[in-house]
Design a protein around this ligand. Structure first.
Ligand code: PEP
Ligand code: MG
Length: 746
C-alpha cells in the first residue's frame, strides 16, 4: 500500500519539494514513527537534509553531514542499515541543535542505493527506545528504492545549489588512467546495458516468487549448457568464470535474500536489483581483490537474471548506436570493440584494462581515446548521459556543466587544427635542418591500421605485431587465415616495406584458446621466441604463411625477445627450412628475405658484434629493453615511471647498439613507445638512430620535431652529456632546454 501511495505522490504534478515533503509524512505514518528524514548525497560527498517530518523543518537544506560523520554519515559510508534503540548513546551520534532531535531515541536508517552507489540516507526515529524488527528494516529498504528512483531521475537537481547538487545526476569528474590519447565528446552507451526496472511494486507476491524461481532455473540451465557444450571460448567466456557463475547461481543465501525482498511487496526484478545493489555496495568497499573480483561475477549473474525476467537479449542491437557514442564498459575485448561502428565511436571508458592490454593497442590503432581504471564507471552513468573522455589526461567528465563542455570543445578544436597542420606535413620529407634523413615508420598489427600509411605518409611498417590477429580471435587462426591477413597487408602497403614480427605471445599477451601456464614471472617466462623454438610448428606455420603471402615481394621478418645470437640462428634455421620446402614444392616465393632480431633483452647488448653479423637488421624494442635494463615491470604503475629512459645508462646502451651495428652496416630501428614521443625521438636521432617506428598519431608531432632539428648540434650536446659523471643522471632537462633554445617542438 505504502509503495503504491508513494508512486502516486511521485507522479503528481506538484513541485519536487512539495512531493518530497508529502513522501516523508507518508513513510513516517506507515512506519509508525514520529520522524522521517531524507538526506541526499551531494556532488561534494556531503549529505544534505532534503525533507523531514518530525524534525525542525527550518533545518531542511541547512543541515549537512560529511560521509562518515554522525549516524547518517556512517550509514552512507558503510552502505548498510543501522537500527538503534537509543541513538544518542551511539559513539557516532552527532547532535545538530537546529534539528531539534534531542528527544528521539529509537532510530533506523537505511542507505538509498542504486547500482551499489549511495544516493542518500533515509531515517525514521521514535521518542521511545524502540527496537526496529528485521521486517521493518526490510520494509524501509524497499521504500528507499522508490526514493532512489526519484533522486536518480534528476528531478531534485533544481533544489540544490550549483556545485552541491545531488551527486546522482550531477556533474562528476573522475580520474582514471590514460590508455589511448585523444579527446572524445559524446553520449554514454553502456556496453552491457543495465535493465531499467519499471515495475517495482508487485501485484501478486506469490506470482513474483514463481517468476523469480523460474528465471533463476533458466539461468542455471543456460550456464550448465554453456559448460557442457564446451565451446567456452565462443562467447569469450572462460570456464573458470562460468564455474564461478554456477557456484553463485546455486548459492542458497542469495536466493533467500531475493525471496525475502519479494515478500516485502516488490517485483522479482526489483528484488534482484535490490539484493544486487546491497551486495555491490558492500563488495565495492572490500579491499580484498578476490572479493572485488567476485563482485563482477555477481553483477554478471544478476544482469543475466534481470534480462531473463524482463525478457530481453543480453546484447543491445548495434543499430541503436547513436552518433558520438562513448562506450562505457567494465572490461572490453578487442573483438567486441571492433564490433562497434567505428564511424560513430568517440571514446571508451573502462573499469579495468592496463596500459599494455590488447584493448589499448586496438583502440590506439583505431584512434579512439580511452580512459581506464575508472572505478565503478558503469554504475556512475546512465545510457545517454553526456560524457567527455580525455584520453591524454586520463580523465572523464560525466554530465559536464556547460562551461566545462565549452572548454573541452575548444580543446578539441585546437587538437583538430593541430592534426590538420600535421596532415599538411604528410608529403614533406622527414629531413632535419642539417640534412639528416629519418625513416618514419608505423607500428601496426591489424588491417585497420593500414590506411594510416596513406594518411600519415609514413615510409613503411616498422613493426607489424602479428600476435594481434591471434589475440582477438576466438580460436587459433589457421595457416590460411594468417596468409590471407599477411597478403592483405602487403597489398595495402604497396611499395612500402613492412617488417613482420613473429608471434610475440606469452607474458601479458595471452591467447584465450591456449592453456594458461602458471608462471611466477611471466615477463621473464615462456614467451615470444622461446615459445617459437620450443613449439616450432607455430613458427613454421607462420613463416610459411608469410613466405607465401609475400609472393614476389620483399619479406622482412623479425624475432621478438631474442636473448642470444644462437636463438636467432635457430629461428632463422626454421624459416630457411620453410623457404627450402616452398622452393622444392613449387609455389610463390618472396623476391627477397631479410631476417632481423629485436633488441629488447639486455644480454644481447653484449653480443652486438655476433648478432649484427647474423642478422640483416635490428630493431630496438625499447618498452621491454627499459623494463629489463631497469628491472621495472612495464605494467606496474608503482614502478613504471621510476626510471627515465633519457638517463645515461640506457642512452649509453642504445648508442653502443648504433655504433656496433653501424660498424657492420646493419640498420637499426627503434620501435618501442619511445620512438613516438618527440623529445625521446629527438634524443634517439641525437645518438645516431635513423629509423623510428611509432603509432600513427605520433608521426605528425615527430616529423614537426625533425624539421626543426639541427641533428649535428644535438649530437654534440649528447656526446658531452652522456660521458659526464655525477648528477643528474637524466639528460631530460638538458635536452628540453636544447629543444626550447633551438625552437624544436617537443
Ligand atoms: C617493445 O618491447 O618495445 C616492443 C616494441 O614490443 P611490445 O611493446 O609489443 O612488447
Ligand atoms: Mg617487446
Amino acid at each position: 500500500m505504502l509503495l503504491r501511495r508513494l508512486r502516486q505522490v511521485m507522479a503528481e504534478p506538484a513541485p519536487a519539494q512539495a512531493r518530497l515533503d508529502r513522501i516523508v509524512v507518508l513513510i513516517a505514518s506507515n512506519m509508525v514513527s514520529e520522524v522521517c528524514s531524507l538526506y541526499v548525497m551531494r556532488a561534494d560527498q556531503t549529505l544534505e537534509l532534503y525533507a523531514t517530518e518530525g524534525l525542525n523543518r527550518e533545518a531542511v537544506h541547512l543541515t549537512t553531514m560529511r560521509t562518515g560523520e554522525g549516524l547518517v554519515g556512517l550509514i552512507a559510508q558503510n552502505a548498510e542499515p543501522l537500527a538503534l534503540s537509543d541513538a544518542q548513546t551511539h559513539p557516532a551520534f552527532s547532535y545538530r541543535p537546529e534539528t531539534g532531535e534531542e528527544v528521539y531515541h529509537g532510530f533506523l536508517g537505511v542507505p538509498v542505493l542504486r547500482a551499489g552507489n549511495t544516493l542518500g540516507v533515509l531515517v525514521v526515529q521514535n521518542r521511545a527506545h524502540r527496537v526496529y524488527a528485521e521486517e521493518e528494516v526490510e520494509a524501509l529498504q524497499t521504500t528507499s528504492m522508490v526514493l532512489a528512483e526519484l533522486i536518480a531521475s534528476g528531478e531534485l537537481q533544481a533544489l540544490g545549489q550549483p556545485g552541491t547538487q545531488p551527486a546522482a545526476r550531477g556533474p562528476l569528474f573522475v580520474k582514471g588512467s590514460a590508455l589511448a590519447d585523444g579527446l572524445g565528446l559524446g553520449y554514454v552507451v553502456l556496453h552491457e546495458p543495465r535493465v531499467v526496472i519499471r515495475d517495482i511494486i508487485a501485484g501478486d507476491v506469490e506470482a513474483e516468487l514463481v517468476r523469480l524461481d523460474d528465471a533463476l532455473g533458466a539461468v542455471r540451465t543456460s550456464i550448465d549448457e554453456m559448460l557442457e557444450r564446451g565451446d567456452i571460448a565462443h562467447g569469450g567466456e572462460h570456464r573458470e568464470v562460468l564455474e564461478t557463475f554456477r557456484m553463485f547461481a546455486h548459492d542458497p543465501g542469495w536466493l533467500r535474500r531475493m525471496r525475502d525482498a519479494v515478500r516485502t511487496g516488490i517485483t522479482a526484478e526489483a528484488a534482484v536489483e535490490r539484493v544486487q545493489s546491497d551486495s555491490r555496495a558492500r563488495l565495492m568497499r572490500a579491499t580484498d581483490p578476490y572479493l572485488r573480483e567476485r563482485l563482477h561475477d555477481l553483477d554478471d549473474l544478476a544482469n543475466r537474471l534481470l534480462h531473463r525476467l524482463v525478457g530481453r537479449d543480453l546484447v543491445a542491437p548495434r543499430a541503436e548506436l547513436p552518433d558520438n557514442a562513448i562506450i562505457v564498459a567494465r572490461m572490453l575485448g578487442p573483438a567486441a570493440l571492433l564490433d562497434y561502428d567505428r564511424a560513430r565511436l568517440r571514446g571508451l571508458v573502462l573499469e579495468e584494462g592496463g596500459e599494455t592490454s590488447h584493448i589499448a593497442i586496438v583502440a590506439r590503432a583505431l584512434n579512439i581515446p580511452v580512459v581506464s581504471e575508472v572505478e565503478g564507471a558503469t554504475s556512475l552513468v546512465e545510457s545517454g548521459d553526456a560524457i567527455i573522455v580525455d584520453g591524454g589526461a586520463g580523465e572523464i567528465q560525466i554530465r559536464p556543466p556547460a562551461d566545462v563542455e565549452n572548454a573541452y570543445a575548444v580543446k578539441a578544436r585546437l587538437r583538430a587544427r593541430r592534426q590538420a597542420q600535421y596532415r599538411l606535413l604528410r608529403d614533406v620529407p622527414a629531413v632535419t635542418r642539417d640534412g639528416v634523413e629519418i625513416a618514419l615508420q608505423l607500428n601496426a598489427g591489424l588491417l585497420v591500421d593500414l590506411p594510416h600509411l596513406e594518411e600519415t605518409g609514413a615510409a613503411g611498417v616498422g613493426l607489424f605485431r602479428t600476435e594481434l590477429q591471434f589475440m582477438i580471435a576466438e580460436r587459433m587462426p589457421s595457416a590460411k587465415d594468417q596468409q590471407a591477413l599477411y597478403a592483405s597487408v602487403f597489398d595495402a602497403a604497396g611499395d612500402r616495406p613492412i617488417t613482420f614480427r613473429s608471434l610475440d605471445i606469452g607474458g601479458d599477451k595471452l591467447l584465450p584458446y591456449m592453456p594458461r601456464v602458471e608462471e611466477e614471472n611471466p615477463a621473464l617466462g615462456w614467451r615470444a621466441i622461446r615459445i617459437a623454438l620450443d613449439r616450432p610448428a607455430l613458427l613454421r606455420v607462420q613463416a610459411r604463411a608469410l613466405l607465401r603471402a609475400a609472393s614476389g615481394r620483399h619479406l622482412r621478418i623479425m624475432f621478438p625477445m631474442v636473448a642470444t645470437t644462437a636463438e636467432f640462428e635457430q629461428a632463422k634455421h626454421l624459416v630457411d627450412g620453410e623457404l627450402n620446402w616452398l622452393r622444392n614444392n613449387g609455389g610463390p616465393l618472396p623476391a627477397k628475405l631479410s631476417l632481423g632480431a629485436m633488441v629488447e633483452v639486455p644480454s644481447l647488448l653484449f653480443e652486438m658484434d655476433e648478432i649484427a653479423h647474423a642478422a640483416d637488421f635490428l630493431s630496438v624494442g625499447s618498452n621491454d629493453l627499459m623494463q629489463f635494463l631497469f628491472a621495472t615491470d612495464r605494467g606496474n604503475k608503482l614502478v613504471a615511471d621510476r626510471f627515465d629512459p633519457l638517463s645515461r645508462a640506457p642512452l649509453r646502451a642504445l648508442r653502443s647498439v648504433v655504433e656496433r651495428a653501424g660498424a657492420r652496416d646493419v640498420p637499426v630501428t627503434v620501435c618501442g613507445e619511445m620512438a613516438g614521443r618527440p623529445l625521446e625521438a629527438m634524443t634517439l636521432i641525437g645518438i645516431g638512430i635513423r629509423s623510428l617506428s611509432m603509432s600513427a598519431a605520433s608521426v605528425g608531432p615527430v616529423k614537426a620535431m625533425i624539421l626543426a632539428l639541427d641533428a649535428g648540434a644535438l649530437a654534440d650536446l649528447i656526446r658531452t652529456e652522456i660521458s659526464r659523471s655525477g648528477s643528474p643522471q637524466s639528460l631530460r632537462a638538458a635536452l628540453s632546454e636544447f629543444a626550447a633554445r633551438e625552437g624544436v617542438p617537443v
